[in-house]
Ligand binder design. Sequence first.
Ligand code: ADP
Ligand code: MG
Length: 405
Amino acid sequence: MNGPLDPEAGAEAEALNAAQTAEAAEGFRAVHGGEPTGIWAAPGRVNLIGEHTDYNDGFVMPLALPHTTRVAAARRDDGVLGLHSADVSGGTVRLPAEKLAPGTADGWAAYPAGVVWALREAGLLSGREGGADLYIRSDVPTGAGLSSSAALEVATAVALNDLYGLGLAPERIARLCQRAENEFVGVPCGIMDQMASACCTAGHALHLDTRDLAARQVPFDLAAAGLRLLVVDTRVKHALGDGEYARRRAGCEEAAAALGVAALRDVPYGELDTALAGLADPALRPLVRHVVTENRRVEEVVGLLDAGDPRSIGPVLTAGHASLRDDFAVSCPELDLVVETANAAGALGARMTGGGFGGSAVVLVEAAGAEEVGAEVADAFDAAGHPAPRLFEAVPSTGARRLDG
Ligand code: ADP
Ligand code: MG
């Protein structure tokens, strides 16, 4: 199993920080020459509950992973942006910070360049300022739905925030990074990923209202409760995902308009049946039912965690999966197999996480049974002829931070 499954992992965090700091500094020296001014890190995330709610102005509940993207950085006052990622081949990309505009950077470099562009657009870096040398290194799996893109953006933004003394609050950083991804990279993502990477704290999940970004840290100390949250990356990415995502989104907007509300978040749970009966198009009903019940499930999970009862969230997670599978129709056989197998093997609950049509599932298990549940899922994939899934442990971890000093 990848990632820390060792209960002592928390105690090893400091040693890991030191090793990652040293590695990033060494990488920076080798690529850019000279010393980095500092090393910053931002995590990937996984969403515990609240799926397909963000574009309905609803609630989400992500937690930060122990997996991070590190940026070793130093300011340059000649306006040059020097970008190097140890995780991709192709050497160092050099761009003029002053001339950045959507379309001027390709591929992975668009993520950090987009952050510099967003800072400049906001009037935060002016004149020939805004240059920097960056060395990037990550252990957030890419394309597994764990938000390596937000980790890269937020790590870049916190580095520039400190290098240029901008004093930006985490929420502002998240919004600037979302703008970079939406407008510079061209991906229409919501705000959850960047908020999670910028704002999460260890031992908590972030209860986030995507309408106004009101956020609260909710206690979710799995280790203290004798629990583990596994992330199972199915390694499936169906090509139909993007088109289906757009279709669900359009369906939700249509339903909100038909119901006369700004967003489906405004349909109270107690009025769900009336709302469903009032929809002329029956195809919209399951979409509305998912969004309204999912927002309710987020509130349920928050209530249970606040009451110190993390075990009880298991069935709520599984109910969320059923809703995504049956009503929202965004699951796939591999994700269903994870949930069914894990629950049959004694998990407390499980659900797909992320947009669906592949990607990852989360499984809540008793710590003592984690290895067995993981093994059963791997066996079931083997028996069904699917490629082996990748397993990680999601230890609720710290959001973006400076690693050194
Ligand atoms: P996810 O965010 O779910 O991992 P995305 O498709 O949104 O998937 O983002 C993945 C992309 O982000 C990669 O294809 C790459 O362009 C960029 N990226 C993420 N991490 C790194 C990294 N460490 N170095 C270079 N590029 C990265
Ligand atoms: Mg992403």
